[in-house]
Design a protein around this ligand. Structure first.
Ligand code: SF4
Length: 226
């Protein structure tokens, strides 16, 4: 792995840790309490998206002698219906700022489960992507039917997704399955790549006006990572 990639992966890990700290700080100072617990997997659908570098991070935690097996298992489900994003967080921020239309996206949680879900547990929990870390709820989603999240945490999530995308800028972005298939693919360079879009640099932040003041300290902690 190139030094530049190693450094970017280290930054992503630090961003993950900061996100976890902010969620727990928000819990301690507000009425928001996490209902999420081990074995609760309602959000672990086939629709998770991530950057290329988050895929590299997952692979970094998978022993080399298990990677060919993983590739084979993922190939078996490559026709599975799943969310194929047309855009990214940073692209959406740019479209909003320019008052342009955001493309309609087709997404349905019934399309299936994440390929890394095993017995209702995440088999790559420590290296799960930011999209998964953003799925936090104060109500059990399997009972309430949807996550209920503190509005400030939604803003934090958007900003963290934008930063993670920025670190991976110019590299592919897409459904977790498509990113993993492409990273693991050592023979056919184009397999599944038509489902991928490109991560963009962060040009404009998506922050609710009501949260701008509170986000200042979050942004200075994010900007201190390096
Ligand atoms: S990567 Fe892990 S946490 Fe994320 S959707 Fe898959 S099983 Fe769930």
């Amino acid at each position: 792995m190139a030094d530049d990639t190693k450094q970017r992966l280290s930054i992503i890990r630090q961003i993950f840790d900061l996100h976890a700290s902010i969620i727990s700080e928000t819990e301690s100072i507000s009425e928001f309490n996490l209902a999420c617990k081990a074995g609760c997997s309602a959000c672990c659908t086939a629709n998770v998206t991530m950057t290329w570098l988050e895929g590299e991070l997952i692979l970094d935690h998978i022993p080399a002698d298990s990677q060919a097996r993983l590739h084979k298992d993922l190939k078996k489900i490559e026709t599975q219906k799943r969310f194929i994003p047309k855009t990214t967080s940073n692209h959406i921020a740019e479209l909003c700022a320019a008052d342009e239309e955001i493309p309609d996206e087709e997404i349905d949680p019934v399309w299936g489960v994440c390929p890394f879900l095993s017995d209702d547990l995440c088999s790559i929990y420590e290296s799960r992507p930011m999209g998964c870390r953003c799925m936090v709820s104060s109500k059990d989603c399997s009972i309430s039917g949807a996550a209920q999240t503190d509005p400030f945490i939604l803003t934090v999530n958007n900003v963290f997704l934008q930063y993670i995308e920025h670190i991976s800028a110019t590299k592919p972005f897409g459904n977790l399955l498509d990113v993993m298939l492409n990273i693991l693919n050592t023979t056919d360079e184009t397999a599944g790549s038509s489902n991928l879009v490109t991560s963009r640099p962060l040009r404009i932040l998506m922050i609710e006006p009501a949260h701008r003041k509170k986000m200042e300290s979050v942004l200075s902690r994010l900007n201190a990572i390096g």
